[in-house]
Design a protein around this ligand. Sequence first.
Ligand SMILES: Nc1nc2c(ncn2[C@@H]2O[C@H](COP(=O)(O)OP(=O)(O)OP(=O)(O)O)[C@@H](O)[C@H]2O)c(=O)[nH]1
Ligand SMILES: Nc1nc2c(ncn2[C@@H]2O[C@H](COP(=O)(O)OP(=O)(O)OP(=O)(O)O)[C@@H](O)[C@H]2O)c(=O)[nH]1
Ligand SMILES: [Mg+2]
Ligand SMILES: [Mg+2]
Lengths: 292, 279
Amino acid sequence: NLSEKIQNTLKKLRGKGKLTEKDVNEALREVRLALLEADVNFKVAKEFVEAVRERCVGQEVMKSLTPGQQVVKIVDEELRRLMGETKSELNISQTPPSIIMLVGLQGSGKTTTAGKLARLLKAEGKYPLLVACDIYRPAAIKQLQVLGEQIGVPVFTMGSNTKPEDIAKAARDHAISQGYNLIILDTAGRLHIDDEMMGELVRIKERVRPHETLLVVDAMTGQDAANLAKEFDENTGITGVILTKFDSDTRGGSALSVRAVTGKPIKYIGVGEKLDALEPFHPDRIAQRILG
Amino acid sequence: LKRCGKIDEELFGELEEALFQADVGVRTSMELVEWLRQRVKEERLEDPEAIKALLKERILQILQRGEEKESINLQAKPHVIIVVGVNGVGKTTTIGKLGKKFVDEKKKVLFAAADTFRAAAIDQLEVWARRVGADIVKHQEGADPAAVTFDAFQAARARNVDVLIIDTAGRLHNKVNLMKELEKIKRVISREDEGAPHEVLLILDATTGQNAIEQAKIFYKAVNITGIALTKLDGTAKGGVVIGICDELEIPVKFIGIGEGIDDLRPFNSRDYVDVLFG
Ligand SMILES: Nc1nc2c(ncn2[C@@H]2O[C@H](COP(=O)(O)OP(=O)(O)OP(=O)(O)O)[C@@H](O)[C@H]2O)c(=O)[nH]1
Ligand SMILES: Nc1nc2c(ncn2[C@@H]2O[C@H](COP(=O)(O)OP(=O)(O)OP(=O)(O)O)[C@@H](O)[C@H]2O)c(=O)[nH]1
Ligand SMILES: [Mg+2]
Ligand SMILES: [Mg+2]
């Protein structure tokens, strides 16, 4: 694992006497490669290593009797600093209904996550309404309805011939008149480079002003995680991230990439296909997973 | 200035960076660049364009490795294709697109709705069946996928179907019981026809990182993958993981998905792919 690699690299070099900057660079190269192997985005890994390097050329490391351990400690601290604290509270509005919008690439797990969130919030005493804003994917509305039925949460739909922004607005009116205090909008998967579809998200946002816009990202995503997160954030403005399929054996470097380029908190992780498989995100656990 | 060795090192660095950013992975990228370094030294290459072209040729070689095993043998009737992969990669959509391709070739196509787990999975495949003009065999949600598979095969025989495509539920390769279920589905088919399945197609999402290699290895071990379809290449991801997969397992990439529409499937062209990789 990375901790061991760093320690071994610097242990070998210490035999030569005083530690030089070149020696530190050698260890940092190990860090960069380990991050890349864990699917952290190339540019993100580079910037992270630069931040670590700045701290490594100080007294802390250069004068230490165990520079390897010092470097590991710094990498660990910088990872934790980057990932932030556990911040899984959703921004619930004072004036209901609170509106949560889920966005992301095709197949990332939005519809399933919508179901999971509805179930969680219902258990917390809220009255959620699921809203079917994916009018494109075959049987998308039916999928949300089946999930809603499983957890006893109603699904608002206007079929697939009404624009998603109009469905969202009608859902909000319906929620107000029927006493739902929370709305979860499930949107269609889309590419961050599809201007028309990205424009649709902006229109939905303008119609109903969601309190939370959560980017749903597949934890197994590689280099592209940084690109897509940046685009969604710049285009739509996200307030948080949910990483799905964390029950896979992926290293999860996408978590670092998404956090680094958007600065937004990762609020939950999906850890299974069933609707109870949603957990608050623990930043220190991802640091563990990436460091190996 | 072009004879200076330092120019080469900078070039190697740039090429390696391009590979990293395309999800080629650390190990495969470094192996490729090391191979290139050797060849450049041996052949005393100096022109950056020639060096880059050499790397492209090497990657092409790797991608074409599995292709010799290729033989579109639609002799068996029904020709059975099982479509597998982790959750959300595009299995069901790819089956729809494949169905269209075969229907256009005047083949009789039957879909088997063997994803009996996920909400509205059967409904989703039914829409595709209608769209392309394929038949469909389905049970109710929660039924045994092996039973659906068995029924579909019998129906394919009875109805004189040319191509039977089996849609399976998304499953993570690290879930042992789900992989066992997949092995059972395959066994059902091979019990009915020992030459079948004629194709076990692994669907990989181009946005997936190094985990794709693990997916390919485990699925290959479980059900002997004969081909890969790389989807969502219409996005910004390059799907570079296939290079390491081809290198290690020699499984050919047969198709690419370039969109959500019925016609958004192309046969894999390794030369085009390599050009885009460095594009
Ligand atoms: N193992 C696992 N599977 C998940 C998780 N979240 C979602 N899935 C599965 O991923 C697949 C895709 O989920 P969907 O909810 O349909 O994804 P989506 O983002 O709504 O897809 P589109 O609407 O087509 O963009 C399904 O098979 C889900 O069961 C998770 O946390 N773990
Ligand atoms: N842009 C793009 N989207 C695609 C492509 N292939 C599939 N999709 C989309 O990806 C999403 C998931 O597709 P599915 O066919 O449901 O994936 P799946 O593997 O069957 O999912 P599960 O059965 O839930 O595991 C859908 O929104 C599809 O439209 C592609 O080549 N390009
Ligand atoms: Mg969906
Ligand atoms: Mg499917």
